[in-house]
Design a protein around this ligand. Sequence first.
Ligand code: ADP
Ligand code: MG
Length: 399
Amino acid sequence: MSPATVPPVLLPGSTLGVMGGGQLGRMFVHAAQAMGYFTAVLDPDPDSPAGRVSHHHVHADYLDGDGLARLSRLADAVTTEFENVPAEALASLAGDVPVAPGAEAVAIAQDRIREKAHFSRCAEASGVPCAPYAVIEREDHLAPVPAALLPGILKTARLGYDGKGQRTVTTRAELAEAWADFGRVPCVLEQRLPLAGECSVIVARGHDGRSVHFPPQRNLHRDGILAVTEVHEGSLPAAQAQQAVAAARAIADGIGYVGVLCVEFFVLEDGRLIVNEMAPRPHNSGHYTIDACECSQFELQVRAMTGLPLVVPRQHSPAIMLNLLGDLWFAPVSGRPVEPAWARVLALPGTHLHLYGKTEARRGRKMGHLNITGPSAEAVRAVAAQAASLLGLPDSTAC
Ligand code: ADP
Ligand code: MG
């Protein structure tokens, strides 16, 4: 956006709208309200985590014209909290009110085919390639798939999350079968890479094109779902961290992104980085910033969309985040409903509990997270190990 089209700064007292009422919307609402903004959430669920804490809740489907009109009347600017909000809805809102991130950036992040094309275009500027891949949209795309892509992971181009909509395939026959099982929808087949680990970078970019970033996070996934994030000196080699930051910034610049963007990377066994995917919003791997940084990822989203200054968000404490999935609400052997041992966990130093207000615990459902801050990496790792053991989670310090 050229400086001439930079929207005026929206000061506290204005109303910020958010498309989506999940936990990311809820934490955004908390940050916006703490700074003196009013909030309006649009979500089809009458009892959504963000809708319940927002000043206004527009209870409507994402493409409902009346709902969108109500949101744009209430809000002075609008953002989104999950990438599967229809890009058309954002484009329609943008006719009435500033929207960040923009519909085009969200549309790219929603579609693995467009996302990978963007990463490939940026590879020279970003210095980091994506995994070798092939696009499969039609039957006749199956036969020419290079043998080097097998074993690979077939991923639906749209609507996948937390490992859903993907399957490992080792032969051409399995590939054809998996594609048929996915309903022959557009997919990408990615070479399965030998991962030594995963990391992500959260960037916030303003209307003026300036960006700031958090230190890169080291992430551990279990069953395709983020389980643990660690951010402290030594959690990633310095050169790798620098390379990831440069790549994330180039990827944001390449689409004129405005707002908070998370770029996820694979770390290969030989130390090389591969860009995996991007999320056009605050991200689960950035939740530690609430307690460990001078400015959280949610506050940066507020600042980016309102045109307030984007300060460099210094991390003041080493941090570990443990994701709290619905599985913790079921006893290990009997499967009976239980309440996790919060009082014992919160007796540990530097623990910060965040629960999202979801009334029903389901296995694999993100119910909350536990941030652990402390004076040193050793201290947070020791507390994380104790907390994990109290909660019945695998020892995160073993990763
Ligand atoms: P989602 O949208 O579900 O997060 P991802 O593409 O990030 O989908 O895949 C989920 C996880 O699966 C990754 O975090 C990684 O652990 C593993 N994975 C995905 N693609 C590959 C790959 N090409 N090689 C090895 N592991 C992969
Ligand atoms: Mg992912």
